[in-house]
Design a protein around this ligand. Sequence first.
Ligand SMILES: NC(=O)c1ccc[n+]([C@@H]2O[C@H](COP(=O)([O-])OP(=O)(O)OC[C@H]3O[C@@H](n4cnc5c(N)ncnc54)[C@H](OP(=O)(O)O)[C@@H]3O)[C@@H](O)[C@H]2O)c1
Length: 281
Amino acid sequence: MIFLTGATGYTGKFVLDALVKAGERVRCLVRRNSSVNGLDGVSFHTGDLERPESFVDALAGCTSVISVAHIRFAPQIVDACRKAGIIRAVFFSSTRRFSKIDDASVDAVIAGEETVVTSGLDYTLLRPSMIYGPGDDRNISRLYAFLNRHRLMPILGAGNNLVQPVYVADVAAAARDALWRAMAIGRAYTLAGPKPMTYCDMIDVLAHTAGRLVLKVHIPLFVARPLVGLGEKLMPKFPLQVAQVRRLGENRAFDISKARWELCFAPRSFEQGIQDAKIET
Ligand SMILES: NC(=O)c1ccc[n+]([C@@H]2O[C@H](COP(=O)([O-])OP(=O)(O)OC[C@H]3O[C@@H](n4cnc5c(N)ncnc54)[C@H](OP(=O)(O)O)[C@@H]3O)[C@@H](O)[C@H]2O)c1
């Protein structure tokens, strides 16, 4: 039996599906208000990663853990594994750990990974880049919807920074496979698309798939940063943060060769993924 966290989230649903299709028995940690619609063939335990006492007993009878919930919860999960005598665990982290931007969200990922690496568990760390796929992935699907509604596409900066989004089902397959592979123990894998492209190229692929002629309007970063900073100060729920704008300017190109060799990770191209996402949505 596998103990799974984050099963009600975007990626977690695909991880759960990959595990169930592979014949695994799964126990999912869900919060009281989590939406469990469509999660079939599994058992649930209601608890909260913020409150270890609410879920620690639920690991009894499980042989391994896949934690899709944010890596900041690593201390609670490591502790619960120790108490339940579980030694095999796969943790989702993020390529954000490679960011050079001084930001608390980067520090949280690095600290979570450190907890895992020093835990004494037979761990595997998975570091996905931007995840996209069918439905509302909160990334590419929103850009795609925007392109479908508007002719003008604002681009912060020159748009020549590199990105390498990864398809959600490819990430889920890697999580399933990592659990089974002895070679993956004590290893960290970057999971990204097969090759990087510029942000503008990515917009072009989306516009082409949507059959839209879109005019890119570039907003220089030195203009965008103070505007977003002002927006953040004036509106508590401003949709963009200065740290995000600064990260947008970073190249997010990654070497996935270790995952290719050791997990047989074979991510689909962005063009293919966008087609697949459209069909499955
Ligand atoms: N999405 C991306 O582009 C991306 C990129 C890089 C790395 N990642 C990493 O990949 C993983 C999956 O990302 P995602 O975007 O698919 O996640 P998501 O949709 O935000 O889902 C998060 C999941 O964690 C659960 N969760 C959050 N707080 C919890 C708590 N206190 N106790 C128990 N469960 C809790 C949520 O439960 P509820 O349903 O109750 O909210 C949900 O099931 C995460 O570790 C993320 O950091 C994501």
